[in-house]
Design a protein around this ligand. Structure first.
Ligand code: C2E
Ligand code: MG
Ligand code: MG
Length: 588
């Protein structure tokens, strides 16, 4: 019998006792009076009356509370003694035999014993009931702790594994379809880092509550660990599972965190997998995990489901990540420099572009690996490595008169620019390599500047006061706000190659390119066009006021030594016309 059912029985007995005590108190009193009366008046029935009274009292002792049973027994004894004493006084012949007194003595003894024993017994039962209740509560609490997450109240990983195991068995037996999703709150580390762990905990709790609101009664959401959750959806197809997750996305979007911070919003990514026949739950979890990985790689706030093509993509991606880590350790990266020229074709500087000298695949271009390094955060050490290489190159070029005038532009990713140590590291490199900061130009993109504009301006101003200049890369492709542009301490706009490519064939691109040049002029900024591949493009841009160019027309990016030999061949593409001579005004 379980402790709870046991204590129920004891409680029921108590209730019965109390009810009996309340209801049977008077009838029992009357029966006792009746027995004593018979005892007094009928000599023949005396023993029967005494026995009947004892029986009534015994029943009362078992069903009534000790207090009531004792008072009834006391009442019966006092009555019996008074009647016996009265009878003896009236007729001393009546209680002559010792046997009579013995009967009364035994009756008294039995009554005292009965009330003592039942009272003790009941007290013991009550104590046992209380202890059992306490024990049951402790067991429930321990079970809760062992199977549930304390913060969110959701089933924990261990318990979820049990549930998943049971569902997998059912799936095997009954062939029911079922779906499984792994969920992860996007950029949760930032919440913890920016607001502290107590706020992080509150966000997790709220996430769990809102996510649960989107589920059906049969779905089970569990906390898998950290900011990761596992969702089990029995009897659910992939399509239906997708709908559940989309509903959940709606719930999370409506989550109001304005009491923490007006700008705080959270999203989640999820990977979905259906359990296939003959497959173990561990395999299904792995597939959901891979789909989650894809959802994150696709820019987060996304739901992805697992398919076979994805398997190959995910495996390749995991391999790429580990190879990139190794590349950083083994120094497999190289910096190439793409010349930047003025209207006469003279090289004024170069853009530092990273390359990966892969041990088996040869030279790999950044478009293949920079996005991955940005997602994993590896761009921060890689970016500093490129910056250091560029500073060393500037120091080397500064020692020779023919290269001393060259500038180097270095691409800085958003993540690196936001890095807490950014200013210290850049200034430290300038000092360590003793370079002229005016020869160093940092290329930033529009979108990364607008986020937290005040901080951006402050950082840029510190570097600018040391002489470092800034170029806005890929200009025209972001969401440029002219109001922001005016406030930012920028030196140069770089027309994105997508406009340059079609500048002779697409009227819209031509208008955009010319507008950027005009804008730069009106703001007093320099302007450079990247991706210039033909004389025609260069001439058109030049005629419209652009004074600096970069592109395959002049050279691809190359090793620093080759750059130096390029210097000897420069001027090859210069177009010297009266108009161009006028245009050639500003130097880099
Ligand atoms: P970006 O900064 O806009 O660099 C210009 C890209 O255009 C370079 O590609 C360059 O090789 C290419 N390019 C130059 N001239 C021409 C041309 O005439 N035609 C064509 N079709 N392309 C031309 P790359 O080297 O593959 O770099 C791609 C992007 O990778 C860069 O775009 C930059 O955003 C990023 N990147 C490269 N190196 C670094 C780095 O050290 N740090 C960071 N954060 N990003 C980097
Ligand atoms: Mg660039
Ligand atoms: Mg660019």
């Amino acid at each position: 019998m379980s402790p709870s059912s046991d204590s129920l029985l004891i409680r029921a007995l108590h209730r019965l006792g109390e009810a009996c005590a309340a209801r049977a108190y008077l009838p029992a009193g009357f029966v006792i009076i009746a027995c004593v009366t018979v005892y007094a008046i009928s000599g023949a029935m005396r023993d029967v009356a005494l026995a009947l009274m004892l029986m009534v009292l015994a029943v009362c002792a078992t069903v009534m509370t000790p207090k009531h049973a004792n008072s009834l027994s006391g009442f019966a004894l006092v009555l019996l003694c008074l009647v016996s004493f009265g009878m003896h006084r009236r007729d001393p012949q009546l209680f002559q035999s010792e046997q009579e007194w013995l009967h009364i003595g035994i009756a008294t003894g039995i009554l005292l014993l009965l009330s003592g024993v039942t009272g003790h017994f009941k007290h013991l039962l009550a104590r046992m009931a209380a202890q059992r209740n306490e024990l049951a509560e402790t067991v429930t609490r321990f079970q809760e702790l062992a199977t549930h997450d304390e913060l969110t109240g959701l089933p924990n990983r261990t318990h979820m594994r049990e549930l998943l195991g049971r569902e997998a068995q059912r799936h095997k037996r009954e062939g029911q379809i079922l779906c499984l999703a792994m969920l992860d709150i996007d950029l949760f580390k930032r919440v913890n880092d920016s607001y502290g762990h107590p706020v992080g905990d509150r966000v997790l709790y709220k996430f769990a509550q809102h996510a649960r609101a989107a589920l059906r009664t049969t779905d089970v959401l569990s906390r898998w660990g950290g900011e990761e959750f596992c969702l089990l959806m029995p009897n659910t197809s992939l399509q239906a599972g997708m709908r559940v997750l989309e509903r959940m996305r709606g719930q999370i979007a409506a989550l109001d965190l304005s009491r923490i911070d007006r700008d705080l919003h959270i999203t989640f990514s999820a990977g979905l997998a259906a359990l296939s026949h003959g497959e173990s739950m561990t395999e299904a979890i792995e597939r959901a995990d891979k789909a989650l990985y894809q959802a994150k790689a696709a820019g987060r706030n996304t739901v992805r489901y697992f398919d076979a093509d994805m398997e190959a993509a995910v495996t390749a991606r995991i391999l790429l990540e580990s190879e990139l880590n190794e590349a950083l350790r083994e120094q497999q990266f190289r910096v190439h420099y793409q010349p930047q020229v003025d209207v006469t074709g003279q090289m004024t500087g170069a853009e530092a572009l990273v390359r990966w000298a892969h041990p088996t695949r040869g030279m790999i271009h950044p478009s293949e690996f920079i996005p991955v390094t940005e997602e994993t955060g590896m761009i921060v050490p890689l970016g500093y490595w490129v910056l250091e290489a560029a500073c060393k190159q500037l120091a080397r070029w500064a020692t020779r008169p023919e290269t001393a005038h060259l500038n180097i532009s270095v691409n800085v990713s958003a993540r690196q620019f936001r890095h807490l140590d950014f200013l210290r590291r850049v200034l430290g490199m300038i000092d360590t390599h003793v370079i002229n900061p005016r020869r160093l130009r940092l290329e930033l993109t529009e979108s990364m500047l607008i986020e937290n504009i005040e901080d951006t301006i402050a950082k840029m101003s510190v570097l600018k006061s040391r002489g470092v200049s800034f170029s806005l890369d890929d200009f025209g492709t972001g969401y440029s706000s002219l109001a922001y542009l005016k406030r930012l301490p920028i030196d140069e706009l770089k027309i994105d190659q997508s406009f340059v490519r079609e500048v002779l064939t697409d009227a819209n691109d031509a208008v955009i390119a010319c507008s950027i040049v005009a804008l730069a002029r009106s703001l007093g900024l320099a302007v450079i066009a990247e991706g210039v591949e033909s004389e025609g493009q260069r001439n058109f841009l030049m005629q419209n006021g652009c004074q600096h160019f970069q592109g395959f027309l002049f050279s691809e990016a190359m090793a620093a030594e080759q750059c130096e030999s390029f210097l000897g061949r420069q001027g090859l593409h210069a177009v010297v016309t009266p108009t161009m001579a006028q245009v050639r005004t500003a130097s880099f």
